[in-house]
Write a protein that binds this ligand. Structure first.
Ligand SMILES: [Zn+2]
Length: 397
């Protein structure tokens, strides 16, 4: 796999061959490799209108110029991919998955244009978190693998809906510190008393939940919280989490929606798992109301290797089932693109690096054949995927 990816990368990213007789700013020795995408419609992930006949210039792992052809300074002789009128998007981000500590899964996501995933809770106890983070940062660090953002273990009281257990606010502080020390990018807390077959599970106190949020925030890390009921959603919002990892099945009060908007708390969709548990309609109604009110939505399908209730739609790669259900809930294609790019980057804590195609951002770029604002199904018609400035898939040639 590595040698194949390397060959693709070298084929597309020809280092400026230049030793002693170079001229011009783009051909200075030791310049990072440059890559240019041309002849595409740009949807930059900010929610701005599409820009036809756009150019994206990348140097090394970063975007160095983006805009309309003729208005962008393109380095002469730079390797160029004509995307043939396709749509140029930021790499997609799935903000709620599991089983991401897997070379095969990370490869499948990246090849589909999902260049980043946020793992929302480790399921296997085969390795420590520190061991998994070490594998991520060595074995799975090449561009052919989707970037893996880790929420570590799900935190609950003993016997609750989580693998890492806390017994007091002080213990909660210590466990959150331990998670971050081992390399977790953010913290995952749960407030769940009976999801699926489990019932009457113990849940954390408000003080424990608040202690986790304070500890994470003091270290610059975000907190994501699992809930499936609006009552517990109110508790996690009051405790100051940064995003809610599921849309609840029962009706969210308008006041809660307004509180989340005022506090800039994001909502992750996961309609796929709600459908698996037979509560899709309630979740879709909540999502539609939240989005229509101006709430910030991030896309995530709760991918797992073991589908709950035998439900077959926990897709690897581009999660079209989730995207279709978001559309049915009333989100426009433009809103769905932003939820899958800029907003998903934000709940990963990576909004300064990822999620939009702007100068200075990491060059994660995804090109599809067709216009997703007219037909979302073109998101599976992949032309080009660039991850960290390296072309990992090219169907144009
Ligand atoms: Zn999950």
């Amino acid at each position: 796999m590595r040698s194949k990816l390397l060959a693709i990368a070298l084929g597309a990213l020809v280092m400026t061959a230049c030793t002693t007789t170079c001229s011009g700013p783009s051909s200075v020795p030791n310049d990072p490799p440059t890559l240019v995408l041309t002849n595409g419609t740009l949807i930059d992930g900010t929610g701005a209108d599409p820009l036809p006949d756009a150019v994206v210039v990348m140097s090394g792992a970063k975007i160095t110029a983006v805009g309309a052809r003729g208005e962008v300074d393109v380095p002469s002789g730079a390797p160029t991919v004509d995307v043939g009128g396709g749509t140029i998007l930021p790499g997609f981000i799935n903000a709620h998955v599991h089983n991401a500590y897997s070379a095969g899964n990370l490869t499948t996501w990246a090849q589909a244009g999902v260049t980043t995933v946020r793992d929302e809770g480790i399921f296997s106890q085969q390795h420590t978190l520190a061991e998994l983070i070490a594998m991520r940062d060595s074995d799975w660090s090449e561009p052919g693998y989707a970037r893996l953002v880790s929420a570590g273990w799900m935190i609950s009281p003993p016997g609750g809906y989580g693998w890492l257990h806390v017994t007091s606010p002080d213990d909660a502080r210590q466990k959150a510190e331990d998670e971050l020390d081992q390399g977790a990018d953010l913290i995952k807390a749960t407030m769940e008393d009976g999801y699926g077959p489990a019932t009457n599970l113990p849940v954390m106190t408000f003080e424990e939940l608040s202690a986790i949020a304070e500890t994470a925030h003091a270290r610059g890390a975000l907190v994501t919280a699992h809930i499936t009921e609006a009552g517990f959603m109110q508790v996690v919002v009051d405790a100051g989490v940064d995003d809610v990892a599921h849309v609840p099945w029962d009706s969210m009060p308008d006041a809660l929606i307004q509180q989340m908007i005022a506090a800039d708390i994001y909502l992750v969709t996961t309609l796929t798992v709600m459908e698996a548990y037979g509560v899709l309609a309630g979740a879709q109604s909540n999502l539609g109301r939240f989005a229509a009110a101006g709430g910030k939505v991030a896309m995530g399908n709760d991918y797992t290797d073991i589908p709950q209730n035998g439900f077959p739609h926990f897709e690897l790669g581009m999660p079209m089932h989730e995207i279709t259900r978001m559309s049915e809930a009333g989100m426009s294609p433009g809103q769905i693109v932003v939820a899958s790019t800029r907003n998903a980057a934000r709940v990963c804590g990576l909004e300064d690096e990822l999620g939009t195609l702007e100068v200075g951002k990491t060059a994660d770029v995804f090109v599809v054949d067709g216009n997703p604002l007219e037909d979302l199904s073109v998101l599976t018609d992949v032309r080009v995927v660039v991850h960290g400035g390296t072309v990992i898939r090219n169907e144009v040639r």
